[in-house]
Design a protein around this ligand. Structure first.
Ligand SMILES: [Zn+2]
Ligand SMILES: [Zn+2]
Length: 257
């Protein structure tokens, strides 16, 4: 069975919670909500980050792995994402105002710059190594965003990232029989449906509606709970049918597919 480590499982940082990040291989991650505390010095060896979108809880530690591990890094950090996501990071984050523009700073230990940006497009399969590939799926959020299908040795997991209800979700799962697990965000309690709609996130009630169209059994993993609402969201998920074959993710968990 294939697996991925959850470096950060939540929709923001809390007293004991870290924000969204997944370790795919020793050198590839999806999102950068938490790299340093989970990986320690190994974070210096992350070479490629596949970004879902430009929100802070998904990008914040890009700033710190570049800075804190500046003397240890031997390769450029490749930031992969939709063109609008990478543009937002260059314009509003690594812009020499909020944090240095590391695409203009040479590596200490090798040729080239500290950061390279590479646009990706949905529905194209990018190879990570001999056994692993990744493909973006457009999602429904307040900024341009995507989830990812990660395939390893013929098996796959779909990680939705931040999204509201998305017709592509069922369509994609029904189209690709190799998807055996789904990581679905569940950000707010069901009573906060109007905030979920405004911020384009899911609640347990919306997640239940979203899953109805899936035509086969999948392992379900829920993430991106807002730290302030963890207890309520957990109670609601437990009271629903969603945890029959499902699990609420915590920092450090492993997902299997
Ligand atoms: Zn988020
Ligand atoms: Zn977001």
């Amino acid at each position: 069975m294939e697996k991925i480590t959850i470096l950060g499982a939540y929709g923001a940082k809390g007293f004991e919670q870290e924000s969204s990040s997944f370790l795919l291989t020793d050198t590839h991650a999806i999102d950068a909500g938490n790299l340093l505390r989970s990986l320690g010095e190994d974070a210096a060896h992350i070479e490629t980050i596949w970004l879902t979108h430009s929100h802070l809880d998904h990008i914040v530690e890009i700033a710190y792995i570049l800075d804190t591990y500046f003397t240890l890094r031997c390769k450029p950090l490749k930031l992969m994402g939709l063109a609008q996501t990478l543009e937002a990071i260059q314009k509003h984050f690594l812009n020499d105002v909020i944090w240095p523009d590391f695409s203009k700073i040479p590596l200490l230990n090798d040729e080239g710059m500290c950061v390279i940006y590479e646009n990706i497009e949905p529905n194209i399969i990018y190879k990570i190594d001999e056994t692993t590939s990744i493909e973006a799926m457009a999602t429904v959020h307040t900024v341009p965003s995507c989830g990812y299908i990660v395939r390893k040795n013929g098996s796959a997991v779909l990680i939705t990232a931040d999204t509201y209800k998305n017709p592509l979700l069922c369509e994609t799962i029904n189209k690709y029989p190799e998807i055996s697990a789904l990581v679905l965000e569940c950000t707010f309690p069901s009573a906060m449906g109007s905030l979920a709609l405004e911020s384009l996130h899911l609640t347990p009630a919306l997640a239940e509606e979203e899953i109805k169209g899936v035509k086969r059994d999948l392992k379900l993993y829920f993430n991106h709970l807002k730290p302030g609402f963890i207890d309520t969201i957990k109670e609601e998920l437990k009271a629903s049918s969603l945890l029959e074959n499902g699990h609420i993710l915590d920092d450090g968990d492993t997902i299997y597919f």
